[in-house]
Design a binder for this molecule. Structure first.
Ligand code: SF4
Length: 229
């Protein structure tokens, strides 16, 4: 990683943290909770994901019951998150794979794995793509894996951290290499906050936010050469 990238990313991270506050890590969820929740979050918003997850936990008292639930009933339970048939199938298949592999519903074994091995194990599960795997590895296991969602993808390009037009898959690779390991979790969360408040897809309120002078997409402000990459 070039020193300029590291310097710029640390500066962006610090400014966003000063502006939005330090992101907290949820601590009361298991690895399987994360797995199921990230499947539910595909193509929906956080509110509907949380509703579906809470309904699932209320309806079924164990992961065994979820794995063995009638498919239609499970679809109905998580309907609010959208794509019910696809997500119900993915959840039940994932639970089956974990149980058959581990003899229980637990992902703790992943903690011992190297990052590439853990990514491969997770993405071998049908319906678990690089983003879902990255969320589980970064959020739950604290591994240096950068989840790239739509906000992270858009803002990283606007900030010049990845080239314009970089694919989501390639962005995972580049950002994982460029974002210092100790910042990955909070940088990911802070970019999401920034994407929701100032750096929206259609309209960016640059001058009201904390990054205008660092951003290659904000033309009104001159760049700080020290931080240009
Ligand atoms: S300065 Fe504007 S374009 Fe750049 S990251 Fe902030 S809101 Fe987005």
């Amino acid at each position: 990683m070039s020193d300029n990238y590291e310097k710029k990313i640390r500066e962006i991270n610090q400014r966003l943290k000063d502006y939005y506050g330090e992101p907290e890590r949820p601590t009361d969820q298991s690895g399987i909770d994360y797995l199921v929740e990230t499947i539910l979050s595909q193509n929906t918003n956080d509110i509907n994901r949380d509703k579906a997850f809470n309904q699932l936990k209320e309806k079924y008292s164990s992961w065994e019951k979820v794995e063995n639930a009638e498919r239609d009933e499970l679809i109905d339970t998580i309907r609010v998150a959208g794509l019910g048939p696809t997500k119900a199938e993915r959840i039940q298949k994932s639970l089956r794979i974990v149980r058959e592999d581990q003899g229980k519903y637990s992902l703790e074994f992943i903690d011992e794995m190297k990052v590439e091995e853990a990514k491969k194990w997770l993405t071998d599960i049908p319906g678990i793509g690089p983003k879902t795997a990255a969320i589980i590895l970064c959020f739950y296991f604290g591994k240096p894996v950068m989840p790239v969602d739509t906000h992270v993808h858009r803002i990283s390009q606007r900030l010049g951290l990845i080239p314009e037009g970089t694919s989501r898959e390639k962005a995972h690779e580049i950002l994982e290499e460029r974002v210092p390991n100790d910042l990955i979790y909070e940088f990911h969360i802070l970019l999401i906050y920034h994407g929701r408040k100032h750096c929206k897809a259609q309209h960016a309120t640059c001058c009201e936010g904390p990054l205008a002078d660092l951003c290659s997409n904000c033309g009104e402000i001159s760049y700080d050469d020290e931080l240009r990459v």
